[in-house]
Design a protein around this ligand. Sequence first.
Ligand code: FES
Length: 571
Amino acid sequence: MKKKLRSYDWFGKSDKMGFVHRSWLRNQGYPDDYFKDKPVIGICNTWSELTPCNGHLRDFAEIVKRGVVEAGGFPLEFPVTSLGETIMRPTTMLFRNLASMDTEESIRANPIDGVVLLTGCDKTTPSTVMGACSVDLPTIVVPGGPMLNGRFKGECIGSGSFNWMVKEKLLVENYTEEDILQAEVGSARSQGHCMTMGTASTMACMVEALGLTLPGAAAIPAVDSRKKVMAQLSGRRIVEMVKEDLKISKILTREAFENSIVINAGVGGSTNFIIHLLAIAGRMGVELKLEDFDKIGSKIPLLANLKPSGKYLMEDFYYAGGLPVVIKELKKYLHNDIITVNGKSIGENNSKPQCYNREVIAGIDEPLQEEAGIAVLKGNLCEDGAIIKPSAASAALMKHRGRAIVFETMEDYHHRIDDPGLDIDENCIIVLKGAGPVGYPGMPEVGNVDLPEKLLRKGIKDMIRISDGRMSGTAAGTVILHVSPESAIGGTLALVQDGDMIELDVAQRKLHLDISDEELKKRKAAWTAPAPMAARGYVKFYIDHVQQAHLGADLDILQGGSGAEVTRDLH
Ligand code: FES
């Protein structure tokens, strides 16, 4: 027997409420048959002019609708909170969980049988996926796609990567303000998200690796006509998924998460991958731990030669064959029989792609690096863990002992970092406190702080930096991030003082503050918590409920899901 559609409870009845649910929607001109047995497809749109990376998604929704109608569905588009990485203050991460709540409640409260998530900029992918997981309907993701390659002075430049060099370019290479203006426009040549393997591209690869997109979706540039084809086909496919009852929980198994960790290592994805994947797994009820990223991913070879750690950009990646080539190359590390949204396994979907440029995507036998994944550090400075991305770090600093130069807050850092009297050299370790989920609040991407001007002038390009914050996926350096527990809740990071010696040994996965236990105890007893950063509203709610980085920084009350059922009627 055919399964009753969820939307039937709204549109299928001949009583008063059936009339109410249908009648008001009729003001948009839908014919009778739209309310009879057609799967209703919610198109969850993160379009916003304040999220430049998603500025084209309004048009994309129309293309998805085309596909839904062709397959016999009834498309209804709805907006959710959008998060523009380069504009929102203090950080979009503060609002990722809020946007996920918006997505979850919007899906559940409405007569939706299946969902298409239109995403792009960094947080718009994890937030909507997290929300969709907590409802558990058939769900497909259409990633908005990267911008075309940036061009400046005859060279390719990466959006989101060049900006980290602005200070150095002005100081050391005598760039003029006009140069910077030209680079500004040259690095954002088309619609789409950052075209490096930054967080947005990482998130697009993450959802493809998890099996939540049609094969090959992640790398297609936003303005390429094939992206539109992908959007239309996704519209068609979601209608079939509803008929097959292919819910997101059938796709997001523990094995799918493991696949995603392997593939993220192969493309050299952003460190933000960890925090978002942990949060998604938490919604799905799949057990995933910070240590799994090291265990599963750290020995995987790096294949994609993409900025910030490599040379090329997403447009090149697409022309070289894109993610399907990486998946095919990594097949011996993957669970190949895991089902994806098109109903086929990840192995089947990616058995045929061909690589068209081995400079951009290396083969498994000649990888760019033998071991590329993220390393998880432990020690008295990060009892619940910290992370480092070795492929973006300096090999010479992987084992290092250095003197701590401590900044209590980001403001303190800005105030003193370029003070000529600051007693700092390239062997020191910059320690930044107050950048965690509770402390900032929202755990911003500040971990890769710029080096002091006087060291940049000396030609120093990298130093060890440690913080409880995150780092932009477009940045690089020997940067230790996500220190947990964070300083604002009394983690050992809060107790570090100027002049303390810190030892890093990435091979041994060790991060150690070299002071006696007795001294540590004394400092702990004398420590007082900073005043909370908000007394009301969402931010207060966030501070009261946010979990630490090693758990994905989701709100404790949002863990798991509540399904799609709504027990009370509108009456
Ligand atoms: Fe939106 Fe980089 S700022 S993806």
